[in-house]
Design a binder for this molecule. Sequence first.
Ligand code: 5GP
Ligand code: ZN
Length: 114
Amino acid sequence: MAKCVFCQIVSGEVPAKIRYEDDDVVAFDDINPKAPFHVLIVPKKHIKNLNDAAKFDQDLLGHMLLIAQKVTKEGGIANAGYKIVINNGKESGQLVDHLHMHLLGGKLLARMVV
Ligand code: 5GP
Ligand code: ZN
C-alpha cells in the first residue's frame, strides 16, 4: 500500500519544517497554515484517526498533548492561548488519513467554529 503523506514526512521522503521529533511523534508546520501559528503533531505510527486508536495507544495520545504544551511554549504562544483540533473522518473535514493534532494560535481564534 502506498505510504500516506505524513508517513512520508516521518520517513524524510517529503520535507517539512520540523519543530520537534522523538521516537514516537513529529511536529511540523502545516504547509497551508490557517493561523499565524499552525503546527501539526503526528504520531510516527500510522493510525488512521481516533476511531482506530486502541488502549495501548493511551500513552502515545497523552504524549501528543504534552508535546503540544512544549511546542506552543517554545513557539511563544502558550500564554496567549491556542486551540487543539483533531479532525476525524470525512464529515469533520479530515483530509489526511493519518491521525494528527492541529495546534492553532497567533491571533484571536475564540470565535473559530470547531
Ligand atoms: P486535516 O484536514 O486532515 O485535519 O488536515 C490536514 C492538514 O495537513 C491540512 O491543514 C494541510 O494543509 C496539511 N498538509 C497536507 N499535506 C501536507 C504536507 O505535505 N506537508 C505539510 N507540512 N502539511 C500538509
Ligand atoms: Zn501514515
